[in-house]
Design a protein. Structure first.
Length: 164
């Protein structure tokens, strides 16, 4: 609530100043700029490929566990207590390793996604600064943030293509 009030106050002050100066509001879509960023798209494809490999490995591990567990269930009544206990421990260890692999893989994929996004966001930020440096705009808004549901086209300009 407090953040929305601050944003509204800033936008109101900017709009009042803009009307006095006849300056424009620039707006863009981060997602549209990212879609046109070849380096980012290549990184996203690499992460997607890694995600597919991890998914395949998790499915194979789950299949292995299921097969071993079903075999254990079939044989458990015929097994000596020590062997039964050993197999249960093996199954538990396998289950725990699979869960740990899943957690580690998810963390690595999240890190890879973050690392892919960081340089692209830096390029966007740099491009915004260059546009701002030209002095045409009083304020630049990322429409993907949903902070400003309406922007009057008479006082604003879509700068997405400039950022691309």
């Amino acid at each position: 609530m407090k953040k929305a009030l601050i944003v509204t106050t800033i936008l109101f002050a900017c709009c009042a100043s803009m009307m006095a100066q006849q300056a424009k509001i620039g707006y863009y879509s981060t997602q549209a700029v990212l879609a046109a960023d070849a380096e980012y798209q290549a990184a996203v494809k690499a992460v997607a490929k890694s995600r597919q490999q991890v998914t395949a490995e998790l499915e194979a591990a789950q299949k292995e566990f299921t097969e071993k567990y079903e075999l254990f269930l079939e044989q458990q009544t015929m097994l000596d207590a020590a062997i039964k206990e050993k197999r249960q421990a093996e199954l538990q260890g396998l289950l725990e390793r699979n869960e740990q692999f899943k957690r580690d893989a998810q963390q690595r994929l999240k890190t890879a996604e973050d690392e892919a996004l960081a340089p692209a966001m830096k390029r966007i930020s740099d491009a915004v600064q260059r546009v701002v440096g030209a002095g045409e705009y009083l304020i630049i808004i990322d429409t993907d943030s949903k902070a400003c549901p309406y922007i009057n086209p008479a006082y604003s300009e879509d700068i997405t293509s400039k950022l691309k």
